[in-house]
Design a protein around this ligand. Structure first.
Ligand SMILES: *Cc1c(COP(=O)(O)O)cnc(C)c1O
Length: 227
């Protein structure tokens, strides 16, 4: 069997097994293929294996791939940290932006989203385990951000995104509780359905804790070469 096809099936099987253990429906967890540093040809191969959602971290690299692969029906997710001066290109080129941690960023994305495109899906990135050098808002800032971001016309506020330190299962549980708390406080926020957490090394724990979208790179494409 082709290498990518096998890798993808292995990951989907892991997700399905984790769902079964957690008594969850495997349709409730989406696989985002993290393709940073891999060439457009690798994404195209993975697309031929059935993958549609791809996540990229670096804007210039992503824009090149989006141009290369514009004939394919790829759903592009930006999962890197969002800087203020990048919002326009993100709003114009992506379906999802996961790393939003300040209101000003969401406001700019909403204003800059082209009117002929559907609303931009965003996740609030939370520094769930109080890491010092990490991006993301503080957990106690989330409610106010939801309050403010949910008013913006051209974005759909979908949920939370976290990147805890390795082997921190409690952080996944904390993220899940925060996610549920927002859902309880904002029952009319119908778009609130996404908990973006889990990577190649910890996707089982993440799914058990309630992740609805795992972001997987290495287990699909192999090791990354940053040179
Ligand atoms: C690179 C990256 C991933 C994928 O990590 P792997 O360990 O290769 O699966 C997931 N999320 C974010 C935010 C990343 O930057």
């Amino acid at each position: 069997m082709h290498q990518f096809l096998k890798a993808r099936q292995d990951v989907l099987t892991q997700i399905a097994q984790a769902c079964q253990t957690a008594h969850r429906n495997s349709d409730d967890v989406q696989l985002l293929a993290v393709s940073k540093t891999h060439p457009s040809t690798a994404l195209e191969e993975m697309y031929r294996c059935g993958q549609r959602a791809f996540g990229e971290n670096y804007l210039q690299e992503a824009l090149q791939k989006i141009a290369d692969l514009k004939s394919l029906e790829i759903e592009w997710h930006f999962i890197g940290h969002v800087q203020r001066n990048k919002t326009k290109l993100l709003a114009e080129n992506f379906a999802w932006v996961h790393g939003v941690d300040r209101l000003i960023i969401a406001q700019r994305l909403s204003t800059q989203r082209p009117q002929d495109m559907s609303p931009l899906n965003i996740c609030i990135q939370v520094n769930i385990d109080a890491q010092e050098s990490k991006d993301g808002c503080q957990p106690n800032e989330v409610m106010q951000l939801v309050e403010d971001m949910s008013q913006l016309p051209n974005i759909h506020l979908r949920g939370l995104m976290v990147i805890p330190a390795p082997n921190n299962r409690q952080a996944f549980k904390d993220a899940q509780q925060l996610f549920d708390k927002v859902k309880e406080n904002y029952p009319t926020l119908k778009t609130w359905d996404t908990l973006s957490m889990g990577m190649s090394g910890d996707l089982l724990d993440a799914v058990q804790a309630g992740s609805t979208m795992v972001r997987v790179g290495t287990a699909l494409f192999g090791q990354r070469d940053y040179h």
